[in-house]
Design a protein around this ligand. Structure first.
Ligand SMILES: [Zn+2]
Length: 169
């Protein structure tokens, strides 16, 4: 389904006009390339429009494979490609009168990677910080082990808060 077509324009300097967005062209060659470029782009991206905006690793792998999109590793998505995946605006464009910019396959790859990246960032947020120190446990005379700052000194020895009264004789 071609969304972009072109027709005549009543400005003699730009005699061709794209129907969809009103872009105008000096030559028919440029108009043809422009329409083909955007039609190819939307045809490639349409199946991705229905894909959830956050993807687990399993879903990402499966959907990429179904759509024939190159699968990137989480390391690639968060490492070398992180900035591009997150901030990049991937679209074709005319360079002069020729089709340039990003090819549809790359736009698909980045659109899928962005969906995976969102989920990775959320997965990381929900994980406890690995560097958080564990409280040092001390075994009290009462027989219980508690964090050092909770150890109480009773007349019969050290005690956890629960046993303090009992250990106070
Ligand atoms: Zn105790």
């Amino acid at each position: 389904m071609a969304r972009y077509t072109y027709g005549p324009n009543d400005d003699s300097r730009f005699p061709y006009r794209a129907n969809r967005d009103g872009a105008v062209f000096q030559t028919e060659h440029a108009a043809v390339n422009y329409c083909q470029m955007w039609n190819d782009y939307y045809n490639a991206m349409r199946p991705i429009d229905d894909v959830p905006l956050e993807l687990s690793r399993v879903d990402y792998d499966r959907i990429c494979t179904e759509l024939g999109v190159e699968v990137l590793s989480d390391v690639d998505i968060t490492g070398p490609f992180h900035y591009a995946v997150r901030n990049g605006d991937f679209a074709p464009r005319l360079e002069g009168e020729e089709i340039g910019g990003y090819p549809p396959a790359h736009c698909q790859e980045m659109a899928m990677a962005r969906r995976r990246l969102r989920a990775i960032m959320k997965e990381r947020e929900s994980q406890p910080a690995v560097s958080r120190p564990q409280p040092e446990l001390v075994r009290c005379s009462c027989g219980h082990s508690v964090a050092r700052q909770l150890v109480m000194t009773a007349s019969l020895g050290t005690a956890c808060p629960d046993c303090y009264d009992e250990m106070s004789g």
